[in-house]
Design a protein around this ligand. Structure first.
Ligand code: FES
Ligand code: MG
Length: 573
């Protein structure tokens, strides 16, 4: 009885404790094991079974998470892999976060999912865990949990959807959802056409197949080295996805035996590599928040400047929407992440250890390098776009920083001064945006506030729609500024994550209609051109919103950090 009832972390490298890990506490260790055997026996597990390494498999299947609808089949393959390698699989549910069926935003629940999973990883017997996710917030939540629990872990995702088709044109979720909707709003598409296109936007199981947050995180798990090669890009419906499930299950058993932990893989090196990849794919701005949060769980500080520096030396190489024109299955056919990592090798730290047990350099050693037929993954000498896909900004409107995805913005608006049109909430926006009497001009600056982490749980509402009457005149982009996020699938000249946010007294809360705002992306500045005495006067009059009355939303509003800090709960970092 050398295992204490509450022991979770004591099992070190290669030290398997199997079903005797995390014993239920009755004050009698022998009895705890005895009764546990009785109940495992009731589940059909005999002495041979319970002597094997235990591999937990996180099940994030839910009817509400349509992207994960193929996960049950993937789970069967992971289980097979675990059994083949001599382990015993335990599938267990964790709250599932589906982007499209969650109000107000899954971001409000990422930390809750991370907390739930961390506690399950610590309190249930597990020598290793397979983290199964896919839809946007599931992967960062799982990595945050695994980083904090620090038991051997390997990430797998369901993989991207296949591409749809509409009247001879390829379509996909959800960059084209946004483009078609703005065409409809602008009167360029009728009801019947948009209904027909709607059925093709998400034509198979899997995650959004543009370079949105799910695809970005899929690419980043390979860049971080916490998943097997091709885990990020193999389509959800492909047989390769199933084979990845089996291989991941097998590898998880080896991880249990080797005792290789997330903290040995998710090192500063790995994060620096991830930042380079994020720029080369012009990935989702949400990944900036997620990577910051995951890193902080391991005591690694990533600042907006780190993201900026990586972006400044990395050209845009992957031609996927919204920055380019293709889809994840196309990137996969071009060799997926191993091909991209090989291309990016001069910019990467190849000594980073991966979950395979090999370094990143060893892992891509046999990759052939850029091929003449590759179209979606471009060469370093022939990039799709220049450096600087993501630019961090500071200035009087965002003293702690803000972010713009320059790769998906309009070049002519990179330096722009205009008059503010301010919206105080999403209801306010909905009520007034299309009201022609507001007289919004194309060179005005749309400001959306109180949608930061504390203000509203940080919904993806930063890509404020173009007012209908301007859209009908052909205006496709305007400078838009908020303390919220935008979907990784969105595009436009959109400044996000303004920190500190309005709801905690940040300067965004002081802007009034007609104030001049200046954005200068090359100079990396975002300024409110109002003098300090006037701002001080407005600050005195400012009324901050009341926190939610109870429950998770209350805890969240009281303890969440700003976007630039990862928007984790302060006591989890
Ligand atoms: Fe699930 Fe886009 S909605 S990945
Ligand atoms: Mg998304």
């Amino acid at each position: 009885d050398d295992i204490t009832p509450t022991d979770t972390a004591a099992a070190g490298a290669g030290e398997l404790t199997g079903v005797d890990r995390s014993l239920t506490n009755y004050g009698d260790t022998g009895f705890s094991r005895f009764i546990r055997r009785a109940f495992l026996s009731s589940a059909g597990l005999d002495a041979d079974d319970v002597a094997r390494p235990v591999v937990g498999i996180v099940n994030t299947t839910s009817d509400y998470t349509t992207c994960h609808r193929d996960m049950p089949q993937l789970i069967e393959n992971v289980k097979r892999g675990v059994l083949e390698a001599g382990g015993i699989p335990f599938v267990f549910p964790v709250m599932s976060l589906g982007e499209i069926l969650t109000n107000p935003t899954t971001m409000l629940f990422r930390n809750l999912m991370a907390m739930e999973l961390e506690e399950q990883l610590k309190s249930q017997p597990m020598d290793a865990v397979v983290l199964l996710g896919g839809c946007d917030k599931t992967v960062p939540a799982e990595l945050m949990a695994a980083a904090s629990a620090d038991i051997p872990a390997i990430q797998l995702v369901v993989g991207p959807m296949m591409v749809g088709s509409f009247r001879g044109e390829r379509l996909g979720a959800c960059t084209d959802c946004r483009r078609l909707w703005s065409d409809f709003r602008g009167g360029r598409m009728d009801e019947a056409s948009i209904a027909e296109a709607n059925a093709e936007l998400a034509p198979t199981a899997g995650t959004c197949m543009v370079m949105g947050t799910a695809s970005t995180m899929g690419c980043l798990i390979e860049a971080l080295g916490i998943a097997l090669p091709f885990a990020g890009t193999a389509p959800s419906v492909s047989s390769q996805r199933l084979r990845l499930g089996t291989a991941t299950g097998r590898r998880a058993v080896e991880l249990a035996r080797e005792g290789l932990r997330p903290s040995q893989i998710l090192t500063e090196r790995a994060f620096k590599n991830a930042l380079v990849v994020l720029s080369a794919i012009a990935g989702s701005t949400n990944a900036v928040i997620h990577l910051t949060a995951i890193a902080k769980r391991l005591g690694i500080e990533l600042t907006l400047d780190d993201f900026h520096e990586a972006a400044a030396r990395t050209p845009l190489l992957v031609d996927c929407k919204p920055a380019g024109s293709n889809y994840l299955p196309d990137m996969h056919r071009d060799g997926g992440m191993p091909a991209l990592l090989k291309t990016l090798a001069p910019l990467l730290d190849l000594d980073a250890l991966t979950v395979t047990g090999k370094t990143l350099g060893q892992l891509i050693a046999d990759e052939p390098g850029p091929q003449p037929w590759q179209r979606v993954i471009r060469k370093l000498e022939d990039p799709l776009g220049g450096e600087g896909a993501l630019v961090s900004l500071t200035g009087s409107l965002a003293p702690q920083g803000a972010l713009i995805k320059a790769a998906a913005a309009t070049p002519e608006l990179m330096i722009h001064e205009g008059s503010a049109v301010v919206f105080d909430s999403l209801d306010d926006l909905e009520a007034r945006l299309d009201d022609e009497s507001l007289g919004i001009a194309p060179d005005d600056v749309l400001v959306m506030r109180n949608i930061g982490p504390v203000g509203a749980g940080m919904p993806e509402a930063g890509s404020i729609p173009i007012p209908r009457y301007l859209a009908q005149q052909g205006v496709r982009d305007m400078v838009r500024i908020s303390d919220g996020r935008m979907s990784g699938t969105a595009y436009g000249t959109i400044v996000l994550h303004c920190s500190p946010e309005a709801a905690i007294g940040g300067p965004l809360g002081l802007v009034r209609d007609g104030d001049r705002i200046r954005l200068d992306v090359p100079a990396r500045t975002l300024d409110l051109l109002v003098d300090e005495t006037e701002l001080a006067r407005r600050r005195n009059e400012l009324q901050l919103p009341e926190p939610p009355p109870r429950g998770w939303r209350r805890l969240y509003a009281e303890r969440v950090t700003q976007a630039t800090q990862g928007a984790d709960l302060d006591f989890l970092q």
